[in-house]
Ligand binder design. Sequence first.
Ligand code: ARG
Length: 476
Amino acid sequence: MAQLWGGRFTGETDQMVYEFNASITFDKRLYRQDIEGSVAHVKMLGKQGILTEQETDAIVACLGEISADVEEGRLEITPEYEDIHSFVEANLIKRLGDTGKKLHTGRSRNDQVALDMRLYCRQEVAETDALLKGLLTTILAIMEAHTETIMPGFTHLQKAQPVTLAHHMGAYFEMFKRDRQRLSDICERMNYCPLGSGALAGTTYPLDRQYTAELLGFYGPTLNSMDGVSDRDYLIEFLSACATIMMHLSRFSEEIIIWNSNEYQFVEIDDAFSTGSSIMPQKKNPDIAELVRGKTGRVYGALMSLLVTMKGIPLAYNKDMQEDKELAFDAMDTVKRCIALFDGMLSTITFRKDRMRASAALGFTNATDAADYLVNHGVPFRDAHGIVGRIVLFCIEKGIAIDEMSLAELKAISPVFDQDLYEAVSMETCVNKRLTIGAPGKEAMEAVIAAERDYLKHHPAISVSRRGDGGQPQIL
Ligand code: ARG
């Protein structure tokens, strides 16, 4: 056991207590952030004359070596340390002796862990955003290729009106675009540095918090030290954005599963993204889509868990907050994997245009347009609705589509019908006459595609740059 706080204690910590209390098994993944934060802290202490130049240089260099040793597998992060902060500090002291003992001047593990989680979260937001951008690029390519691929649009999972595959995909483009916007909004609020908040009440050392914040690429320091150590809003917001991303992926997965079924056959998932059955040789299952849909639950769970953990915590830091990590890490990993896999599945999927078109043509998806035809010939809409309802009944009995009725049969139900009805209810007309902004008509769709292309061009993935790697700290 390697603890930082032995002085006040005379007895040994019970082994079970030690293990229950320790976080090293899961916060070890914060080692990069922990070292990066320590380097900035020490540089600031040096600039303020709290550490000498030699001390500063020695600690910074040694932290760099520890980092490289961990990175290259020469130094293992083992459970004998309570947490990642203890691990780094203990190793620094092992290597530097008394100088290493100065690292923690003017700092608490409370502001340290608050910083580490923010740095980690910021990186995760950027990586998630980059993956979403990749997925949007895939979706846009499908939209570009399928402005004329007619398929049924559904409400209540009943065929409703014809749309195009481009249009259907465009709905998901909007969803994932909003997800990206949420991520960049979160960065705006998250990007303030809690380091320097101390345990809860700041410190008597003349820390330059502005400088530390700048070194780490933050907009500035947080403005209340009690809030600085106990705020996890940014994580709740991120998990909430993750939950929404998963909800979108899950809906999309559900559609892929339906479209891939024998009954629909709108798509065929590539062999690389499907799995077989151990007993039924004919099976090719959409397991990836099912798993994405399934994993949505655990991401929701992480959000709910953190909300509940936080709800009763008095100011400022309390150990409950250590529970912010395991589920959040799992949720972040899950979301990234799901986006990447879904993108791979979508970019290799085959769309069965013939099946989609046939399905649209057979489902009375042009019934609204038949009613509109009557309205355009002076029939009040409610009457037109009734007439077309009777037509649909007639067709169902005969097992035919509206445009397979003879003109005589149509006229027997309403004399208003004429030869031009056939053109008016063709799938192409039904789709391409819908030209309001956001509708599936080819021209309307092409305008949207141009706008989405422009959006992708002007919204590069979020990147975090720090002082020293060129320019002002910023989050794009
Ligand atoms: N492992 C702790 C956490 O994750 C670090 C902060 C510990 N602070 C303390 N006063 N014990 O929250």
